[in-house]
Design a protein around this ligand. Structure first.
Ligand code: HAM
Length: 421
């Protein structure tokens, strides 16, 4: 009998886990500076939370949820995304009684029963953020700039920010009607999914990737011509702020998003290096969702980053930031072994990855072990080194070597020697 992880669900182990941790640390650091607090919601929620939040007629709710009946006969679902849970918590915990804005972030697994392919998994991680209580476009701009800063701090560059406004409850019905009129006569020629979307949510036809549908929808009404004064002022305000901060973006009038809760601003960050699943992050405003969940009218906006996709990009581009090297301490003789252990502890206390050989072995076998552990440097201490107070170091990757005073090893390595220059 062979055991294997479920299809579309992956173990994340070394060496990749280090990239994950570096990205998470970069995100936490930036979130902290923008005043976002972490929240940890359950991965399992009552199914109606997602139906209510994401929308009955979305792909996620119709086809992709891991829904089952628990032993108490309740319908429960593994969260397919984070926003609905955060809003449920916001209302349940009365966070609207606290002074706005309330800024929350989360890092965790999401579950969607999709067909696995490159960049698409059934269990995937998101780093998400949600800000409640501010209707002004300055919050949209802050969210977009914070997202850009997180992606940059993680080491990514060359990404495209696509932005759109899909209007609100006041102006969307007119736009919807204009689309229905436009698609109406020809709807039988669209793909079966679009024919379904025609009834449920004709905006989503704009998002269809089937070549024939793209061709057919040429010249369809543009949402910008249907925005009400409030939505137009909001969108222009946002773009003006982004322009004044030199944030580059592309306007994408077809960016309608696959979740029903959005109002006004929608955005997506894409990379040309990912193939079909090219969105690395996405989000938007959802000014009505808190009310839908029984809370007071509260404007809100947020985003989620797809971790697997940015880790793929980082591994391909190898643009991880400077880091302290991994050090293996090899010792010869019991006196040196004791000294070596002290150095290993001092290195660890200084924030450096350090490993030792645990017991006596020849220098050759210790260096082989150092290599196997992935250490970038070996520090060698024998009787001579103890007497002179100087340890030998060896660059395991590039072959260089030198000496360092035994009592200053921790400072020498914790300064962040770059091994990739
Ligand atoms: P979403 O567009 O469904 O939005 O997902 C956000 C990101 O999660 C995507 O851009 C992608 O990078 C990643 N992602 C989605 N599905 C998968 C998958 N099956 N495998 C790997 N990565 C995936 C949301 O989830 C919204 N809750 C975002 C949001 C927050 N809007 C407002 N606040």
């Amino acid at each position: 009998m062979k055991y294997a992880a479920l299809k579309g669900m992956e173990d994340i182990i070394a060496p990749d886990i280090e990239v994950w941790q570096a990205v998470e640390a970069a995100a936490r650091d930036i979130f902290g500076r923008y005043g976002f607090q972490e929240m940890r919601a359950p991965v399992l929620e009552s199914t109606d939370i997602f139906i209510r939040g994401i929308g009955q007629q979305t792909d996620i709710v119709e086809k992709e949820m891991y829904t089952f009946t628990d032993k108490g006969g309740r319908s429960v679902t593994l969260r397919p995304e984070g926003t609905a849970s955060v809003v449920r918590c916001f209302v349940e915990k009365n966070l609207h009684t606290l002074p706005p804005p309330q800024k929350l972030y989360y890092i965790g697994q999401m579950y969607r029963y999709e067909r696995p392919q490159k960049g698409r998994f059934r269990q995937f991680y998101q780093i998400g953020a949600e800000a409640f209580g501010v209707a002004a476009p300055s919050m949209d701009a802050e969210i977009i700039m914070m997202l850009s800063n997180i992606l940059q701090a993680a080491g990514l560059s060359g990404l495209n920010f696509e932005i759109n406004s899909i209007g609100c409850a006041a102006c969307r019905p007119q736009y919807r009607q204009a689309l229905l009129d436009f698609f109406g006569g020809m709807i039988n020629e669209y793909c079966p999914d679009c024919q379904r979307r025609y009834e449920a949510n004709p905006l989503r036809i704009l998002d269809c990737k089937v070549p024939r549908c793209i061709e057919l929808r040429q010249g369809s009404p543009a949402v910008k011509d249907y925005l009400c004064a409030d939505c137009r002022t909001h969108f222009e305000g946002l773009l003006a702020i982004l322009d004044s901060f030199g944030v580059s973006y592309t306007l994408n009038p077809n960016l309608v998003r696959g979740l029903d809760y959005y109002t006004k601003t929608t955005f997506e960050v894409t990379s040309e290096h990912l193939g079909a699943q090219k969105a690395v992050a996405a989000g938007g405003r959802y000014d009505r969702l808190v009310e839908e969940f029984g809370g007071p009218a509260t404007p809100a906006i947020g985003f989620a980053i797809g971790m697997e996709r940015i880790v793929t990009l980082l591994k391909e581009s190898q643009t991880l930031g400077p880091k302290t090297p991994k050090v293996f301490v090899a010792t010869l003789g019991s006196a040196a072994e004791m000294e070596g252990m002290k150095i290993v502890e001092a290195l660890r206390a200084a924030g450096v990855w350090a490993e030792q050989s645990y017991g006596s072995a020849s220098l050759k076998s210790q260096l082989r072990k150092a290599d196997r552990t992935g250490a970038e440097f070996a520090l060698i201490i024998g009787e001579n080194e103890l007497n002179s107070g100087m340890a030998q170091w060896k660059d395991m990757k590039k072959g260089g070597q030198g000496e360092v005073a035994i009592n200053s090893v921790a400072g020498f390595f914790s300064g962040g020697i770059r091994t990739d220059e």
